[in-house]
Design a protein around this ligand. Sequence first.
Ligand code: TYM
Length: 331
Amino acid sequence: MTRIFSGVKPTGHLTLGNYIGAVRKWVEEDQHRADALFGIVDLHALTVEHDPARVRRLSRQAATLLLAAGLDPERCVLFVQSHVDEHARLSYLLECTATDGEMRRMIQYKEKAARERGGSVRLSLLTYPVLMAADILAYETDEVPVGDDQAQHVELTRDLAVRFNQRYGHTFTVPKATHPVVGARVMNLQDPTSKMGKSDDSGPGIVYLLDEPDVVRRKVMRAVTDSGQDVVFDREGRPGLANLLEVLAACTGAADPAELAGDYASYGALKRDVADAVVELLRPLRERHAELVADPAYVDGVLRAGAERARGMARPVVDRAYRAVGLLPAV
Ligand code: TYM
């Protein structure tokens, strides 16, 4: 059976981008057709300046939201990365496989390091993609369902798996990334040339999964659109409009955002439909989240069982990798 692994990092409240670009596909497709694991990848949240209490809170919130979105613990494994030691164990072996130059070429590293503006950058920000590769390779993963922004990291994971296998004998499955048909890169509503990212500060451009309906409406109605009157789909020339059409397509299940453009004579009408569609998309999720928040013992139980299952799967793979590189097995 196909093995799937993916994750979210608890660096901010989950956004519409996370949902449309990744989580919805996990819920609607991946958990039904494959042996799937989903991680709250909390070790990754420590790569940038962080508040310990906030990371803890966001980890629990992410787990609750993923369950609210429809991940079913009977169908998939949901767990917290730091509960499974194998991720950190394998990460070190992959640091011994990757090169410094390879890490420095990662786009997200360059962007995030540049944002620090001369401040100090944690070493773990540089090695982040190696930990991500460990997350994936520890489970003999075939497919990694992610948004577009993670494609380069999955490519690196493939390179590391192939290199490791060539040097030390076949150890890892070589995975590939999969992306949703529409909505693989939802853009910030206030700056449609950059990704809607949960760790960014620009609140008005980001729709959070737990935003109240009137907040969602306000954010969508105030979205930056481009100069021009007609509604056309042109990602390069009219990025604001293209983003709204793409979100609408993703919400309504339309396959082609360009086709939707023909239905609208004005920006206002389009924005109203986008706002309605997003509110309806998120409504069941918000309702289920409220129920689950009232039952923390249930969420704890899911995470406990998930970590146990994940450990059992990762342990033999990581042990095999330790033997392959020449480390003496403990007796
Ligand atoms: P993270 O936490 O930033 O995002 C979680 C998932 O949401 C997708 N995503 C988006 N998709 C479309 N439009 C957007 N604006 C948008 N923003 C986020 C991401 O592509 C991702 O699929 N490094 C990863 C977490 C990670 C991981 C892994 C993923 C760690 N280890 C192993 C897969 C496999 C990250 O920062 O995702």
